[in-house]
Design a protein around this ligand. Structure first.
Ligand code: SAH
Length: 563
């Protein structure tokens, strides 16, 4: 719960906007601010105070107990311009809260925690349990000291400025081990424990079995990702409660699915009871991975038959491929989600000129694999190969990465052993449309005039179809030094079905420093003024030039329709 406290009318107005945006997560504390802050501090995980930072510092100072338990506190100034992460930046989540509050209120987030300020993730913010001297190793990373990363399992970590050797170490491990001096252990969720139990198996028995199996195999319970069992046991209290106490989800599978998994120790008992020769081993192995602990039975002090079985599997870390569109060029047309993905990736793959566009956003430690024009297939292969090694990869493209760009060759190459995330970008046709006016107000298509990968007959057939169907057309890759006859030919086909006065918009370098645009007509367009930095949008028979802008009506009855 997030406690909201304000003192002035302006503060209360901002507070109400936040409360309206997050109705289920917030609670407004009214009354004298001193009492309100004290009550919220005691009752909430986080506070947003619409008060001066000085006032809040004085009020919370006597209440501070420690980093681990204090709530995160964010202050918003009277003008609603800044959301300041004041207390509990990492542990209390105030840095993230400041960003979220800023997003809702249209304010600027202010975060001063060192690791965030230099754009480096604090080791306690990676979403993985961390053990050891987190503060000292985080500080060493910040100070540029040598910190070695020892990854015993593959995991798509965000970028960290690490070296091969160093006085400090980060170990990515699911083994049961204590952190050494100047060492942090990161616990990736790699372990899956399959569990079977007969009806009424006590939770203590299940829990002791699971914990014993992990301990004896030298594995850390902090790396446990989930318990897995058969659907028929989804409500078995001993299993449900064991998962809850271990703090992991319980995943269940159908008996038919489990029966198809090849296991080393099948038996008749579960086959009769639930319809699969293996529950524990099959449920653990179903998502793939290596069986570290074969089926074992629980032990009972009273010598009665065991009521539970378990098996432990290590799943390979799944790499992550983000296919990110950078937009047409301008920084403020790069979406916040794209920015977040660029900072999430430890490996960035892209054309050198696009990498230059966003290099300043990358976190220290990001490995950049850039290549020149042309090497498309190879870039796609490289990105996928890096993800298959368990890394977090961003493959970038200008505009939208799925439009005449890298997404298709990459996904044609990718198998289902990696996670893929797509981030849409503002494609050139849209960027140009906004500059020209409203040329895409009715049905429209994009056609690439590059016959490098597509035979000209196919392109011509599509241009003809668009011409006959009276669809607005945006030409990508319209003309290069070696390809100069295609654009005139395509325009001639359109001219067979549209007036010579049909508006044509030509936009070069949309949203870039040397942006230029022109509104002309089918008859007047000089193809020599068009190059590969340009898109050309040809209107339909209803498109008009109005006040210097290109406008395609929404329909013949457009003036009567609500817009
Ligand atoms: N993925 C890109 C398109 C790549 S094809 C996108 O979604 O925008 C390359 C062609 O896109 C160029 O030849 C040009 O026609 C067009 N293009 C890309 N960026 C542009 C920009 N900023 N201004 C004008 N045209 C652009």
């Amino acid at each position: 719960m997030i406690g909201l406290i304000s003192a002035t009318a302006a503060g209360a107005a901002a507070r109400d906007r936040l409360a309206a945006a997050w109705p289920d997560r917030t609670r407004v504390y009214e009354g004298p601010v001193g009492d309100a802050v004290r009550a919220a501090f005691a009752q909430c995980e986080q506070l947003v105070c619409f008060l001066a930072t000085g006032a809040v510092v004085r009020l919370v100072a006597p209440l501070l107990a420690g980093k681990a338990s204090d709530p995160g506190v964010v202050c918003v100034d009277e003008g609603g311009r800044f959301a300041v992460s004041l207390l509990g930046g990492h542990g209390g989540g105030a840095n993230g809260l400041a960003r979220a509050v800023a997003e809702v209120l249209g304010a600027e987030p202010v975060v001063t925690t060192a690791t965030d300020a230099v754009g480096l993730s604090g080791l306690d913010t990676l979403g993985l349990p961390a053990e050891g001297d987190v503060a000292a190793v985080s500080r060493a990373l910040l100070d540029g000291e040598a910190v070695a990363l020892r990854a015993e399992v593959a995991w798509p970590l965000p970028p960290l400025p690490v070296t091969d050797e160093g006085r400090y170490t980060i170990r990515l491990t699911d083994r049961l081990t204590e952190p050494a001096e100047r060492e942090v252990l990161l616990r990736p969720p790699t372990l899956v424990v399959g569990v079977g139990a007969s009806k009424g198996a006590p939770v203590e028995e299940v829990l002791a079995l699971v914990e014993g199996a992990l301990r004896e195999a030298g594995l850390s319970a902090a790396s446990l990702a989930e318990l897995a069992t058969v659907d028929a046991k989804a409500g078995e209290q001993g299993i449900v409660e064991a998962a809850r106490r271990l703090g992991v989800p319980l995943v269940t599978y159908g008996a038919g699915e489990l029966a198809r998994v090849e296991v080393p120790n099948p038996s008749d008992a579960p086959l009769g009871a639930v319809g699969t020769p293996s529950v524990a081993e099959a449920a653990a192995l179903l998502g793939g991975g290596e069986l570290l602990v074969p089926k074992r039975k629980s032990e009972r002090a009273d010598g009665r038959p065991a009521m539970a079985t378990c098996a432990v599997v290590r799943r390979p870390g799944r790499g992550r491929l983000a296919v990110v569109g950078l937009g047409p060029g301008a920084r403020d047309l790069l979406t916040p989600r794209a920015k977040a993905e660029l900072r999430r990736a430890s490996v960035l793959v892209g054309l050198d000129q696009y990498v230059d566009q966003i290099r300043d956003l990358l976190r220290p430690g990001t490995r950049v694999l850039e290549s020149g024009l042309g090497a498309e297939e190879e870039r796609a292969r490289t990105a996928v190969a890096e993800a298959r090694r368990g890394r977090a990869v961003a493959l970038i493209g200008s505009g939208d990465a799925g439009v005449y760009a890298m997404a298709s060759p990459a996904l044609a190459e990718a198998s289902d052993d990696i996670d893929v995330v797509g981030v849409p970008g503002v494609t050139a046709a849209l960027a140009a449309g906004a500059i020209l006016g409203a040329p895409l107000g009715h049905d429209h298509v994009s056609i690439s005039l590059s016959d490098l990968h597509t035979p000209w007959e196919v392109i011509e057939r599509r241009v003809r179809a668009a011409a006959e169907a009276d669809i607005v057309v945006t030409f990508y890759n319209p003309r290069s030094r070696g390809r100069d006859w295609q654009l005139p030919k395509a325009l001639a086909i359109l001219a067979e079905h549209r007036e010579p006065t049909t508006p044509v918009g030509v936009v070069r370098n949309a949203s870039r420093a040397d942006e230029s645009s022109r509104l002309t007509t089918l008859a007047a367009l000089d193809p020599a003024t068009v190059d590969m930095m340009t898109v050309v949008t040809v209107g339909n028979t209803a498109t008009r030039e109005i006040a210097g802008r290109m406008v395609t009506p929404r329909g013949y009855r457009w003036q009567e329709e609500p817009q």
